[in-house]
Design a protein around this ligand. Structure first.
Ligand code: F3S
Length: 769
């Protein structure tokens, strides 16, 4: 079972050490004969075994036990890396202790096309790119410059290694599961722990098994598998679980196609998503010049890269999907779990008031911008051209996933065919997927109602263009392309004809190439870290409005949860996009003071009338004026008034951005009391020294009224204990009071973060060995 190692075959490949993983599994399996799921193998083989730690398989309680893990790699993108690196700098270490890369993909604004947009980004974000580049050089981090590609695609192409464990400061890090690598999205503070060589903590996840049988037919694609699962599990149904695929259908799918599923598993709130080893992984690794990785992986395929026989009985739930009968799906608007099988879409449209005419079609994002995805678009363009129609009916935007994909698609003529059909080829970056879109075709500020269709993953309100009236639908790239010829949302390419410029015609499902004949490398966009970066320096201009060195938060102040005002009672969905919106705010991601002006500015306040103009507003309890939430928070902070936030279900779902946790802390908040939290956000809050608490009785959320003041009892040092409830006392305006119980998920180690004021404050007090 041990890998042969020689001078030409190092034990570590791309940071992954199979020998070590197998040794850990051997130790664990001595305690238990139980077959292991693939998820368990990959996670437990990364358990930290030093420092006197002992793990007993039988005692790991999924959903409860805190695992201490050592990831093989860390990745950050430019919108989260600034804050992560600012935190790493303040930890005072000379160099990262785990291989780390930074990717410049979020900040590039899409407007005119790749060349001009990249030029604009280089000048607009020069200060941030310089900071990331110089900090990467100094601290031993690989830096991918603007134009390199989207973080997850670049990882897949360069660092994807079956059996490895990567954490990334982006919720779509599970993308790596398409190559059998476990990818988990984390907040920047978690990444800083791992960069510093500290164990990284994760609650042992549950495992949801998805059995695939049959084979995809016609227009159905892997996007439809995850869109269907989103409909079944909803945006929170995967919380605390890894989605593990098994069954014969897994062996029929391409590696990048499986990555599409793993990527979008973030939309059901899951911890990660994983596929067992398959021949397509070998094909992909060979095509990307990593035969040596494929060879090494094949040596451990049965013991490490597939679930043990009989382990299915240990799945917490099983979902069956017959690929042969799967329909294409269109999900949306406003939430990715609103799943419409194509045959049902017209019916749903008839019942709703969604704009029928499409304003934009977009193919791209880390979910669907592979070579195969682009080739599918080309196949349809050729069909339309053969039928006499050479142009799309609606504006079409294309973002290749990486420079490698761009260069290959350019060399193979795909991009030219797309351009001829009317597509604008944007830079290899996130673009409209994340709101980096200088949109001119609709009146965004005037909240003009419109519909867009894309191959992206996430379609929350305002996600692409900050316009709450943009109805966004997600689907596969081939569906987007077909819809771009129809121009209408109530279209079904299986049954409907397209009215072309010369005649009407029907499109056939594309039959695209899984991989190109050969991948082109494209332009050199990688900055390798020097072996010793100590002579390099990093400077931050104190007058900068983009970057700001961090000041440590104050230690826990006894009595800080007494008589708190309720800043806002959030009603309904409140994602990290609501708490810390993106788009124009991206540029302040490295400046906590400036970005805090966006806090909760798109959230709905249950205390105010249901009026779109009042989104992000609240009543200032000190002046009775209605103002935007961050300014009210600032005012209370200046006056020394303590405050908390009341949240609804799955508060903080969506991305991993820690700004959503840093901002309330920076503006003087103490506690967030919600019906439930999304996993990453809850951890982020704890890392920043906030108190995330949940109602024991969910109905108590409804009892919180405007003007209530809240005190928490049992949160002081020595009182707050793992598993022990906190008492909330509510004082109403009329003088009456009531009490109820709140839950928390702090474990003993995390309580030290709370007392120290933040996890980072705590790290600084420890000697890192
Ligand atoms: Fe970027 Fe959109 Fe993916 S923001 S990392 S392309 S989800």
């Amino acid at each position: 079972r041990r890998l042969a190692t020689s001078s030409t075959s190092p034990s570590k490949i791309l940071g992954v050490d199979y020998n070590k993983q197998l040794a850990v599994l051997d130790t664990l399996k001595k305690q238990s004969e139980r077959p292991l799921t693939l998820t368990e193998k990959l996670l437990y083989s990364h358990l930290v075994m030093d420092g006197g730690r002992e793990w007993d398989l039988e005692k790991i309680d999924r959903g409860k036990t805190i695992l201490e893990l050592r990831p093989d790699r860390i990745a950050c993108h430019d919108a989260t890396a600034t804050m992560a690196l600012l935190q790493f700098i303040s930890a005072g270490l000379p160099r990262v202790r785990t291989p780390t890369t930074v990717h410049s993909d979020h900040l590039i604004i899409s407007e005119k096309g790749a060349t001009e947009d990249l030029k604009r980004a280089s000048s607009e974000h020069a200060e941030v790119y310089d900071f990331l580049s110089s900090a990467s050089r100094k601290y031993g981090i690989g830096f991918w410059k603007p134009g390199s590609g989207i973080i997850h695609t670049v990882i897949f192409e360069n660092y994807g290694m079956p059996g490895g464990l990567i954490i990334g400061t982006d919720s779509h890090t599970p993308n790596a599961g398409g190559l059998g690598m476990l990818g988990i999205g984390v907040g920047g503070a978690d990444a800083v722990d791992a960069m510093s060589g500290m164990p990284w903590e994760l609650v042992a996840p549950k495992v949801i098994g998805v059995k695939l049988t049959g084979q995809l037919q016609g227009w159905a694609s892997t996007k439809d598998i995850i869109c269907k699962i989103a409909g079944i599990l909803t945006v929170s149904g995967g919380k605390g679980s890894v989605i593990e695929f098994f069954g014969p259908g897994t062996q029929t799918l391409g590696a990048t196609a499986m990555a599409t599923i793993c990527n979008m598993s973030a939309e059901i709130g899951s911890t990660s998503c994983i596929f067992p080893h398959s021949p397509s992984m070998d094909r992909y690794l060979a095509a990307t010049k990593r035969d040596y990785v494929a060879q090494a992986a094949n040596n451990v395929r049965d013991v490490l890269l597939t679930a043990d026989e009989g382990s299915q009985q240990y799945y917490d739930r099983i979902i069956d999907i017959d690929l042969s009968t799967l329909e294409p799906h269109i999900n949306g608007p406003f939430t990715p779990d609103l799943a419409h099988p194509l045959s049902q879409l017209k019916k749903s449209i008839a019942e709703e008031d969604w704009p029928i005419d499409l304003s934009h079609a977009m193919v791209g994002s880390c979910t669907n911008s592979s070579y195969e995805d682009l080739d599918k678009c080309r196949q349809l363009i050729r069909q339309a051209k053969a039928a006499g129609t050479s142009k799309f009916k609606v504006p079409f935007l294309l973002t290749p996933g990486s420079e490698q994909i761009r260069a290959t698609a350019e060399a193979d003529g795909i991009l030219n065919e797309l351009r001829e059909a009317g597509a604008v080829v944007l830079s290899s970056s996130c673009g409209p997927c994340v709101g980096s879109w200088d949109r001119k075709d609709v009146d965004v500020k005037g909240k003009e109602k419109n519909s867009v269709i894309s191959s992206y993953n996430r379609n929350f309100i305002g996600r692409h263009d900050s316009n709450p009236a943009t109805h966004s639908f997600v689907t596969s790239p081939e569906m987007v392309t077909a819809f771009a010829y129809s121009g209408r949302l109530d279209f079904n390419p299986i049954t409907d004809e397209i009215i072309g410029s010369k005649s009407s015609f029907k499109l056939e499902a594309p039959n695209a190439e899984e991989l190109p004949r050969r991948f082109e490398s494209g332009l050199e966009t990688f900055q390798e870290p020097p072996a010793d970066g100590s002579s390099f320096s990093v400077t931050v201009d104190p007058k900068s409005d983009r970057l700001q060195l961090l000041k440590p938060f104050d230690k826990w102040q006894p009595g800080s949860t007494k008589d708190m005002e309720v800043l806002i009672k959030v009603s309904g969905k409140c994602t990290t996009d609501h708490i810390s919106p993106a788009g124009p705010w991206y540029k302040y991601r490295g400046h906590l003071e400036n970005i805090s002006h966006n806090m909760l500015t798109t959230a709905t306040n249950a205390f105010l009338p249901d009026d779109p103009q009042l989104l992000g507003h609240t009543r200032n309890p000190l002046t009775e004026d209605i103002d935007v939430v961050p300014e009210v928070a600032r005012h209370m902070q200046k006056q020394g008034v303590r405050w908390c936030i009341i949240g609804d279900n799955n508060y903080g779902e969506g991305s991993s951005r820690e700004h959503a946790a840093l901002e309330p802390r920076f503006l003087g908040g103490t506690a967030i009391i919600a019906r439930s939290f999304a996993r990453i956000h809850e951890t982020n809050l704890k890392k920043q020294g906030m108190l995330p608490l949940t109602f024991d009785d969910l109905a108590d959320y409804d009892r919180i009224a405007d003007g209530d003041r809240i005190s928490l009892i049992g949160v002081e040092e020595g009182e707050l204990q793992p598993g022990k409830c906190v008492t909330m006392r509510v004082a109403s305006k009329d003088g009456s009071t009531w009490e109820t119980q709140l839950n928390h998920s702090f474990h003993q180690g995390q309580l030290a973060w709370l007392r120290a004021g933040s996890a980072l404050n705590y790290i600084k007090t420890k000697t890192i060995g």
